[in-house]
Design a binder for this molecule. Structure first.
Ligand code: 5RP
Length: 235
């Protein structure tokens, strides 16, 4: 495989360890982001070398395009149905394997694909490991319709959870608003820390204009953390 000179060795180590879990006949979910892209390239190299028969559902148009360009068989999630394994990156991972995702703006599709999988494996470099979630701004995908109302409802929810002066902590992503694959907007919540991710997830999910937030709680069963020296740690 030919990525060594071009990519972060820690991400490559994690990606390779995850691709080693893939067996012929599997139905796979492919994540989004730089680490997931490395994984897709490694997967395609294995498929070429070993002739594995795989069916893949992608979590973003970018990943679908990359995977198809490398010769992987990409189908819609509904064509494939239930998946054996999804391999994806993350922005933060805590010791309970709770995640923040959505730095690449794909967390809605990523969560749907993960929910349709027997197993979700996260691949990451050591910088993604945290004691407490929340230093990374939490992405929240919201509908354009009623956007200002949704913002107010989010602020009230954050205040009710005593998460600070939250109206200055919601940033619309992009100078031109970032439009997701589903045509929605993204608000990044700069919270600093999230003492109770379960409560926050529940509060955000209860707001009508919120399509999906980037907290992935109880979805990941294995995190593979790559190291610069090419070894990995599994959590
Ligand atoms: C995209 C994601 C990514 O998995 C996350 O942002 C990590 O990306 P990278 O591997 O580039 O650090 O959630 O929505």
């Amino acid at each position: 495989m030919s990525q060594e000179t071009q990519v972060d060795p820690a991400k490559l180590a994690a990606a390779r360890a995850a691709v080693a879990l893939v067996e012929t006949g599997m139905k796979l979910g492919l994540g989004t982001g730089s680490t997931a892209s490395i994984m897709v390239r490694e997967l395609a190299a294995r498929v070429r070398a070993e002739g594995l028969a795989l069916r893949c559902a992608a979590t973003s148009q970018a990943t679908a395009d990359l995977a198809a360009s490398l010769g992987l068989r990409v189908e819609s999630l509904d064509e494939i149905g239930w998946l054996d394994l999804t391999i994806d990156g993350a922005d933060e991972v805590d010791a309970d394997l709770h995640l923040i995702k959505g730095g690449g703006g794909a967390h809605l599709r990523e969560k749907i694909v993960a929910a349709a999988s027997n197993r979700m494996v996260v691949i990451a470099d050591p910088g993604k490991m945290v004691e407490q979630l929340g230093a990374f701004p939490l992405p929240v995908e919201v509908l354009a319709f009623g956007f200002e109302t949704t913002r107010v409802l989010i602020r009230r929810a954050l205040e009710a959870l005593e998460l600070g002066e939250c109206d200055v902590l919601q940033r619309l992503r992009g100078s031109e608003p970032w439009i997701t694959d589903e045509g929605n907007l993204i608000l990044d919540l700069h919270l600093g820390c999230i003492p109770d991710p379960v409560l926050l997830a529940r509060a955000l999910a209860a707001i009508p204009g919120v399509v999906e937030h980037g907290l992935f709680l109880g979805m990941c069963s294995l995190a593979i953390i790559g190291r610069e020296d090419g070894t990995v740690v599994e959590l």
